[in-house]
Every structure is written in C-alpha cells, then in structure tokens.
Design a protein. Structure first.
Length: 463
C-alpha cells in the first residue's frame, strides 16, 4: 500500500503532504489498518437489506470513509458477495468522475455539483442482473439532487445503499429527514479509549493521559511526535472544521464564532445558555453579540458534531429544565488545541470522556437535578438543587453517574453520594473515579468503579 492509498477522504494538499511525511514507514502504514471499528461495522452488518439508506455521519476525519470503503467492503467480499456487485463511487475522486464523463477540476471551477443523470446512466451499466447490489457512495453531497437519486434506488429490490458525507447536508444532525423517513443513520465517533488502546503501545495509565491530551481522531492518534499531533489538530481545526462551519452556515463574523469556541473550550461541563454567554461577551469581551446569534453559532457547532449538549432533567419532577445546558467536545484533542493546551483540568476532561463514552454506548444522556428543602442557619427551609452529572437512559435501563476525579476522604465521598441518597427510585447509582480502586458497593448500594475499568469494560455497569 502506498502513502496516497491511505487517504480515503480528501485532504487539503498541504495537510496531506505533512501527514504523508510521517507515514513513510511501511510498518506504520500497515498499523493504520489495525484500528478496528467493530461497534460501527457490526451496525452496518446488522442493518443490511433493511430497505433504508444507511447514512454514516460524524465529525470530519473520524473515519467514515475508512469504515465504509475498507472495513465494510472487506466484510462483503469475505461473505461471498461478488466484487462486481459492490459498486464503490467517490464523488471527490477525479478517477471515478472520469468514469461518468465529469471532471473534478470543472466542478470546482464552475462551483457546481455532479450531474445526476450521468451518474444514474453509469449505475445502469453496472446493474446487469437481479442479484443484490451494494452501492457504497463517498462524499455523496457532491451529487446534485442526491436525495432524490438515492430514494429512487430504494425502490429497487436488489439495491442496498450506503453513503458517507463530510459537509453540507450530510453533516447535519437532522440528515435522516432529507430521505423522507427512509434514512438509517449510523453515527461514527472519534476513537473511544478502548479503540485508542488497541493501537497504543504503552500501558492504560499512560494511555489515558495521552488520550485526554490529544483525543481520538485516527490520523492524530497514529502520529508519534507530540508536536506533529498538535500541529495536525490545529490544521484540522483551521482548515477543515472552522471553514466548513463558516461556509455551510454563511457566517460572516468569524472572529465572534471563534471566540465562542474559545469560551466553550475553557468551560466544558459548565451550565450555560445563549443569554448567559451574551452577558459574558458584553461584560468581558465588550461585544454586542446577541443571544440569538450565539444560539445560531451553538447550533452550527452541534450540527457539525464538533460539540454536543446535555439537557438538565429534574429527576423528582420527571421533567426537563429548559434554561441551561452543558456542552462537551466530541474530541478532547480538538478542545485542547483550541486553548493551546493551557487548561488541561483533568476533572473536566474526565467528565467529557465519560459523557462521550456513554453516548458511544448508545445512551441518552442528561444532566440530573435533585431539588431538596433544607434548613439554613436561621432555621428556615430553603430550596436547593443538587446535581447528578449524568442521567443515562437506554430503553428500560437507567443509570445515575457521578464523575469524581478523586475521593481522598470521607467528606468528598459524602459530597458525591449526597444527590444519590435524595433520589427516590431504585435505579443503579455509580461513581466513576480516577483513583485506582477495585469495583465495590457501599452500604447504600452505590457502586464505585475506576475510570480505566469503566472505559475498557462495557459490562461493568450491569454487573
């Protein structure tokens, strides 16, 4: 395999050359093939032949094309699918476009999309019998009227359709609606800690420190030098994420957009909302940016999967509290490079990692609030709100989870378990700590596990 073959997705030429320079060794190139994404591959396999368009979404550079065009393609061939019944087409590939009489340079120069009639005509020449065909399309947003084209293929009983996209509509969180209820989204995250450790050569303790610092973007993980990791993260932020968000949302004031990113990066895990952020901009930044504009920017970040938000949930009242949210980054490396690796508070980083892991495992995650009445020093009852870091729901299962970096003494343990004791139900309550402690229950039935066991053993919550 040569260096160019490694790049399934297009990269800025300068960025691409910089990465290639670090991948000259054939050994390291082969190592890239060892990152298994079995969680997502198994979802694709499970969803085969379900009559829907399988849509692989996720933040750019998290490995969507690699999952589809390498791992899933290999699965099809290994399961006796004929090679000529798997039709792969990348709409950003000059070679593929030449097959349908299109030129990538013309498309870029004319600022247009690929002619759908030419593509449809090409597919007709490939589908020559009634056996099942698998259509694997990369960067499908470059095809004009792609929604109509794909919905048309779903009417064929012998077509199973899979797509990826890295910007425009296919980066949107509401992509499934583009296919009128006939879309099946498979969301791909950056590497979680377990996937990271599958290619990391050190122990899990050093590994978690590295993971907290540089995150799980595959291209970054596979670089050895720290400065190379930081430079790549910075380039991805500047030349990929910010540019895409700005172009897609037609944002003119990039400085305010980036300043909001800086604020969010410095305050992961803190409760906020557009009104609160607007007040901060007004008092600290001397900016007149409105809450409405900040709301638009926050939605743009979420639509691009750069950040995710957790709503507040009143556990006793069984209702959502709409006023404030917590925001977390989908990749900590991107968050850390945004603030030049200055504020690496392990407490907040660990909370962000736990949130991401729960989302990867398929939980709906909220921030829990327990309202209590408590006497003050004057003997009067006052209302207080105790926080549970995460309320995790999946079907009939629910878990309450506290992220506690350290539990050095009884007082800290009481502080973390206090909200749990005020919850009037029997769902499992768990503290995740960075302390190296064995899994154990206390007298109140509260489970304590260390972060390493939590991240590497998915069954630990159910034991």
């Amino acid at each position: 395999m040569n260096e160019q073959a490694f790049f399934v997705q297009p990269l800025d030429e300068r960025l691409k050359n910089a990465i290639i320079a670090k991948f000259r060794s054939k050994q390291l190139l082969e190592k890239t093939m060892e990152i298994k994404r079995d969680r997502y591959l198994n979802k694709l396999i499970k969803h085969k032949h379900n009559g829907l368009v399988k849509i692989i979404t996720g933040i750019r550079r998290c490995g969507k094309s690699y999952l589809l065009n390498k791992l899933f393609y290999r699965h099809l061939l290994d399961n006796n699918v004929k090679k000529d019944h798997v039709i792969k087409f990348a709409f950003d590939s000059a070679d593929d476009l030449a097959l349908i009489g299109e030129k990538l340079t013309d498309i870029q120069k004319e600022k247009r999309k690929v002619d759908p009639d030419k593509f449809i005509k090409f597919i007709k020449t490939k589908v020559v019998d009634d056996e099942m065909y698998y259509l694997l399309l990369d960067e499908v947003q470059m095809l004009d009227a792609f929604e109509s084209v794909l919905n048309g293929y779903l009417r064929n009983d012998n077509m199973d359709v899979y797509v990826t996209g890295s910007n425009a509509k296919l980066l949107s969180r509401d992509i499934v609606t583009e296919f009128a209820g006939r879309g099946d989204e498979i969301h791909l995250h950056p590497l979680n800690f377990s996937e990271f450790m599958s290619v990391y050569e050190g122990d899990k303790y050093e590994g978690l420190s590295r993971y907290m610092l540089y995150g799980g973007i595959p291209l970054v993980v596979l670089l050895d030098d720290d400065s190379d990791k930081a430079n790549l993260l910075q380039r991805l932020f500047d030349e990929t994420y910010i540019r895409d968000i700005k172009q897609r949302n037609k944002i003119r004031n990039q400085s305010e957009l980036e300043e909001l990113l800086n604020v969010l990066s410095s305050s992961i895990g803190f409760l906020t909302n557009p009104e609160k952020l607007s007040n901060t901009f007004r008092s600290v930044k001397k900016s007149k940016i409105t809450a409405a504009t900040l709301k638009k920017y926050l939605e743009a970040f979420e639509d691009s999967f750069l950040i995710d938000s957790a709503n507040r949930y009143d556990i006793k009242g069984k209702a959502y509290i709409a006023s404030l949210k917590k925001y977390y980054f989908s990749d900590l490396g991107l968050r850390n490079v945004r603030i030049n690796f200055r504020q690496i508070e392990q407490t907040h980083c660990m909370e962000n990692i736990i949130y991401n892991e729960l989302k990867i495992r398929g939980y709906n995650v909220d921030v829990g609030v327990v309202t209590i009445l408590e006497k003050n020093g004057d003997g009067k009852y006052i209302r207080k709100q105790l926080e549970v870091d995460f309320v995790c729901n999946q079907g009939t299962h629910r878990y309450y989870i506290q992220s506690a970096f350290s539990l050095p003494d009884i007082e800290k343990q009481k502080q973390e378990t206090r909200p749990f004791k005020k919850i009037e139900d029997s769902f499992k309550k768990i503290i995740v700590t960075h302390d190296i402690v064995p899994k154990h229950y206390n007298d109140d039935g509260i489970l304590t596990v260390n972060i390493y066991d939590f991240l590497l053993d998915e069954s630990i919550l159910n034991e």
